[in-house]
Design a protein around this ligand. Sequence first.
Ligand SMILES: NC(=O)C1=CN([C@@H]2O[C@H](COP(=O)(O)OP(=O)(O)OC[C@H]3O[C@@H](n4cnc5c(N)ncnc54)[C@H](OP(=O)(O)O)[C@@H]3O)[C@@H](O)[C@H]2O)[C@@H](O)CC1
Ligand SMILES: [K+]
Length: 552
Amino acid sequence: MKTLLSGRKMKAADAYAIEQIGIPSVVLMERAALAVALRAEKAADAFGPGCHIWALCGAGNNGADGVAAARMLHLKGYRTTIFMAGREEKGTQELQLQLSIARRLGIPVKTWERMKEEPGGCQVLLDGLFGVGLSREIEGEYKRCMELAGEILTGKNGIQEGPSSESVPQGTGIYGKYPTTSSKPWCIAIDIPSGIHSGTGAVMEIALQADETVTFGWEKMGTAVYPGRSFAGTVTVADIGFPKEALQAEPEEEEPISIAYACEKADLMRVPERKAYSNKGTFGRVLIAAGSKNMSGAAYLSALGAYRSGAGLVKILTVEENRAVLQTLLPEAIIASYTPEQLLGGREDFKEMIEEQMKWADVVVLGPGLGNEPYVEYLVEDILTSAFVPVIIDADGLNTIASHPYLTSYYTENIVITPHLGEMARLTGQKTEEIQADLFGAAFSYATHYGITCVLKDAATVTAGREGALYINTSGTSAMAKAGSGDVLTGILAGLMALGLEEEEAAYLGVYIHGLAGEEVSKNGLHSLLATELARAAGTVMAGTKGGNKTE
Ligand SMILES: NC(=O)C1=CN([C@@H]2O[C@H](COP(=O)(O)OP(=O)(O)OC[C@H]3O[C@@H](n4cnc5c(N)ncnc54)[C@H](OP(=O)(O)O)[C@@H]3O)[C@@H](O)[C@H]2O)[C@@H](O)CC1
Ligand SMILES: [K+]
């Protein structure tokens, strides 16, 4: 698992390394600047002779990194200019030190306004305005400086020419590439794109669009969620010598959200093995309470997802009208049915039936395609009160809870909810934009308030465990923004729980597998993905797990 930090946590780790361990600040900075300079060299070489590298620097240590990187590039023979924003005399000690070295070496240091007049513009821009020290909205002079830098980066002032070499060098050890031809400068963000909040990923009024980000020690949470993620380009994490113990350092001001985790391929090994001596009962029974009249697709996709990700036996509990179609679509599933009339007429009998079904199940999915008829409230209530196994609630299950908030009183630690932003907004009474502005905060608050697992679905899905552990998903593609994708996800989570994973682990791992499945299908193009293919591809991803393709 990858570890990601908030800006404050990073500053605490920084302080720990300097004050407790005794690594001088400028030693860390030298390594940070070197990592940036190495990337800048690649970009400059891609442009070829005549490349002009600018370091746009603020008055903090992010700026000091920029000045130090500019010095290294100057010493290697690259044409380099430093542009300063903010008041140098009020800058950090490190900044003043780096500037005095740069000046003694004869590197031009100018104020940011002079960027307008620089003949030939720049081809590579190092963004060192703000790093993890950014703590409030950007305004005034800084804002004007960033507006100008933004114009330069988008080529709007007409004087820029970016790297244009025919032979394009690949990034070393990362996934970045340089453009073969471009009229825009290549922007390397130092630590984090300036203007992006390092904890939430929010744009603090204005932010600079980077082509790549070189970050130090640990990736910042703000570049893993949107919109920060789209500003960062490809992210390289440079090891600049922080000891692991530095992670224990707590931020000065108490901060509930300071660390998050992200799955990597090796985490697929967490999926339990499929034992050779087993039967369908060994791998758990999934009950899917889904579908309504003329709405059978969601139930089918959820059931398919569960089977493809390991469930031994799947039963779909749905309205009678869906029986024939579901039996045809998925003969492997058991179908149990009810009629809404049966429910409204005799609540007790219905409740008994639900209780029996819950006794059968090891895992329950509640919600896909349930609709919003009045009887759905009773169905949700009866399931929540009689299930003593994990229950994954999605879609109309969540909408029913949103419109009947008393249902949250039945939440137990076994509950996993999988809302998208709109559903989360309905559940919490917040605006979608408020949730979007802080996905970590929204998932964390809901999960810890109710003591449940919350999978908040977005282009970068955030999962919060019931005690507040946070997981950010890094797999997946835009191809997955398709009808039925969420239904398959509920099935995958259920399948993993049927295999024996705990709710939290199944949730973040399931989201990761779902994303990898999306990537697999997208190899055929981004537009054409079908949810059924996603379920099938989840099976392919599962084949790569520890027990996925063993014969004994
Ligand atoms: N040894 C180390 O320490 C290492 C540090 N490293 C590097 O240092 C970076 C962190 O440096 P930093 O802490 O100096 O803060 P930085 O991001 O440069 O911001 C500057 C100042 O801006 C201010 N400010 C905030 N918001 C503002 C706003 N909206 N508008 C205007 N001003 C605003 C705020 O000061 P304030 O005004 O709040 O007192 C803040 O202090 C880190 O990202 C990494 O690149 C690496 O070299 C590794 C070793
Ligand atoms: K920056």
